[in-house]
Structures are given as structure tokens and as C-alpha cells.
Design a protein around this ligand. Structure first.
Ligand SMILES: Cc1cc2nc3c(=O)[nH]c(=O)nc-3n(C[C@H](O)[C@H](O)[C@H](O)COP(=O)(O)OP(=O)(O)OC[C@H]3O[C@@H](n4cnc5c(N)ncnc54)[C@H](O)[C@@H]3O)c2cc1C
Length: 330
């Protein structure tokens, strides 16, 4: 359908478009309330495209674009979430293989993933940001690899989130992403703006949709012989929400333009992620309030949007972390 990897080269099976095409896909899926893990899938596509060898790109990208190979990105561990320097999953070299042991948690798409882009420590003696590498794990028939049962989430039920476990799983050293080891941390930092901008796109599309749905609801629902829309508080709240969504849209479009031009700096990506997801949650919460009890019923799309939106402030780097990133540039 062209929904997967629309912004990667056609030579590798992608849609041959730019990030603007990816933005449209994400907006439309968000407006439809569909979250099926294509962001995580796309993130992995971008890691391979940016750092992979020609052979790696040809091996994985076309199957990923066709949806035959589902991908997951595995950074987070029980003891390393916001602080990725604390990653402990180890990849010990043994001839032409890595022997991987450790576990990851909160991994989107893990249930169906045939390819896991794994952040692991290839140099056990290096501390902090050093010694981490990205290894592409092909999971089919891989002994020592196990996926836990999907975790029960508050929202985002269209995509699974699982723990994954490595117990001396052997992966060929040719599956290292990039020519040399120890580049994992800088590779992750290089790709995080893409992830953060994608989250920001979903945030704005969702805030805009929430306002639309709520305007429709309050104009139909009667109260005190009028409609809810006739109450000044309702109109003022919706005016505020529409304003926030519109400011968000203008800022987002500027970030998307800069990203396409290769000029989006890390701080702006962090601003987009933090401010737009905060705005999304604030707008949707107001919209739930204006729906009254119906806003708490999953039968109404606004309720689903409320439960889907909360995680946006947490994953992709918690919003507090975004503020640290912005503050470092002051
Ligand atoms: C639904 C879902 C899907 C996910 N998908 C993936 C995935 O596909 N791949 C993957 O690798 N990970 C994934 N994650 C993990 C996600 O990225 C982490 O949950 C997130 O980075 C936060 O890490 P943590 O949960 O360990 O929280 P912690 O690191 O324990 O942080 C908890 C809270 O402490 C505060 N905090 C932390 N650090 C700072 C700081 N420096 N300054 C100020 N406050 C701070 C923040 O409020 C933060 O929310 C997913 C998570 C969820 C919930």
C-alpha cells in the first residue's frame, strides 16, 4: 500500500519520497486512530539506511517495505530507560559471531519482529556511552532468543509491547550495523530526532482531530435548552484548544521542513517532542471533559485517544529529558 518506508529510496524498496510523505502517512493513520507500530518499523529502516552496508540495505529494506519483515528497535532495559548509558545487554565476540546475553523491555513490535535492531555492549570494559554497538538480530529460529507475552498497556493496543530475552544467542558479526564497533550511542543520538519528530507529528494530528470531534459533539448535545456549544465556557475552552493545535501545527511544519532540508537541530526536535505531546495531552483532556461521561466510554473515539496519548510524553525520551537537551544549548 506504500504505507511502510515511504521516505526511503525506491532502489531499496522504499516509496522514493521524502520525510513529507512519511509525515502524511503518520498524520492519516493518527486521524484514523490506527497505531500499528509503523513508527518503530520506520525507525529501524532509517538506521539501516543511514549506517548499514550496501549488502545489509539490500537484504532487509525491500522485505521491510513490503511488510514481509517486521522490525523492532531494542534500546530500553529494565535498568536502562532514560539513561541509555546504563545498557548492560552484552554481545561478546566469539570468532565470527556475537554471543548475546541480557534482556530488553517495552519493545514495540517484538511479538512479530523478524529483525531487531539491538543496542548492546560489545566492549564490556568501556563505560557509559562508549562500548555500545547496534546489532541487527534476525530472530527466525534463533536459539537463545525469547519474546515475553505482550505487556498490558493503558492504550496503543494496535501495537504489541514486550520484553525480549537473550540467553547466549549467536548472531553473525556481519550483522553489526556500521563498519566498526562502539558507534551505537552516536548512531542512536543521530536517529532520535527522526523518532521525536514522528511522535510530534502524531501529537499534532491527534490534537487537531480531538478538537474536530469535540466541536461536532458539543454542537449536537443539548443542555439547558441549548447546546453545549452555546455555553461560553465550552466555546472558550475549544478556542484555546484550537489555538494550541494551530500553533503546534505551524511549529511542526517548520520542523518537518528543516528536517527535510537536513537542518533540524537536536534541540528543536526535542522542543517539538516535548511541547507538542504536552499540548496533545492537554487538548485531549479538555476535549474529554467537554464530552462528559461519554468521553470516558471507549465507544467514543475521544476516550481511545485519551488512553493512546498518555505514553507520548514518556517514550522516545521522556519530556523531562527533552528539556535537559534544550537546556544544554542555552
Ligand atoms: C508503549 C511503549 C512503547 C515503547 N517502545 C519502545 C521501543 O520500541 N524500543 C525501546 O527501546 N523502548 C521503548 N519504550 C521505552 C521508552 O522509551 C522508555 O519507557 C522511556 O525512555 C523512559 O524510560 P523508563 O521507562 O525506564 O523510565 P525512567 O528512565 O525510569 O524514567 C522515569 C521518569 O523519570 C523522569 N526522568 C528520567 N530521567 C530524567 C532526567 N534526566 N531528568 C528529569 N527527569 C527524568 C521522567 O519523568 C521519566 O518519565 C517504550 C515504552 C512504552 C511505554
Amino acid at each position: 500500500m506504500g504505507v511502510l518506508l515511504p521516505d526511503l529510496d525506491a532502489e531499496f524498496g522504499g516509496g522514493g519520497g521524502t520525510y513529507a510523505h512519511q509525515a502524511v502517512v503518520l498524520e492519516e493513520l493518527t486521524r484514523a486512530g490506527v497505531h500499528f507500530g509503523c513508527v518503530a518499523h520506520g525507525i529501524v529502516g532509517h538506521y539501516i539506511y543511514a549506517y548499514g552496508s550496501e549488502a545489509q540495505k539490500r537484504r532487509w529494506l525491500p522485505c521491510m517495505a513490503r511488510g514481509e519483515l517486521v522490525a523492532a528497535i531494542a534500546m530500553t532495559e529494565p535498568g536502562a530507560g532514560s539513561d541509555l548509558q546504563a545498557i548492560r545487554t552484552a554481545a561478546r565476540r566469539d570468532g565470527d559471531h556475537y554471543v548475546i546475553s541480557g534482556s530488553k523491555t517495552f519493545i514495540t513490535n517484538a511479538r512479530n519482529a523478524g529483525l531487531v535492531c539491538l543496542a548492546a555492549r560489545t566492549n564490556p570494559n568501556a563505560l557509559g556511552v562508549r562500548g555500545i554497538s547496534m546489532i541487527m538480530v534476525e530472530t527466525a529460529g534463533l536459539s537463545g532468543y525469547r519474546v515475553g507475552t505482550p505487556l498490558e498497556k493503558v492504550g496503543m493496543h494496535g501495537q504489541d509491547t514486550c520484553e525480549i530475552f537473550f540467553d547466549d544467542a549467536r548472531v553473525a558479526t556481519s550483522n553489526l550495523l556500521g563498519a566498526v564497533e562502539d558507534k551505537g550511542f552516536s548512531q542512536m543520538m543521530g536517529q532520535l530526532p527522526y523518532e521525536r519528530l514522528s511522535i510530534a507529528i502524531m501529537a499534532v494530528a491527534s490534537a487537531e482531530r480531538a478538537v474536530e470531534l469535540t466541536v461536532r459533539h458539543v454542537k449536537e448535545r443539548s443542555a439547558l435548552g441549548k447546546t453545549l456549544f452555546d455555553l461560553q465556557n465550552t466555546r472558550f475552552k475549544l478556542a484555546e484548544c484550537r489555538t494550541r493545535a494551530h500553533i503546534g501545527r505551524v511549529f511542526l511544519d517548520s520542523c518537518v521542513e528543516r528536517y527535510i532540508a537536513g537542518r533540524l537541530d537536536e534541540a528543536s526536535a526535542a522542543m517539538a517532542k516535548y511541547w507538542l505531546t504536552d499540548t496533545q495531552c492537554r487538548v485531549i483532556d479538555e476535549c474529554v471533559q467537554l464530552h462528559g461521561g461519554y468521553g470516558y466510554m471507549l465507544e467514543y473515539p475521544i476516550a481511545q485517544m485519551w488512553s493512546d496519548s498518555r505514553v507520548q510524553r514518556i517514550y522516545g525520551g521522556a519530556n523531562e529529558l527533552m528539556k535537559e537537551l534544550i537546556a544544554w544549548t542555552l
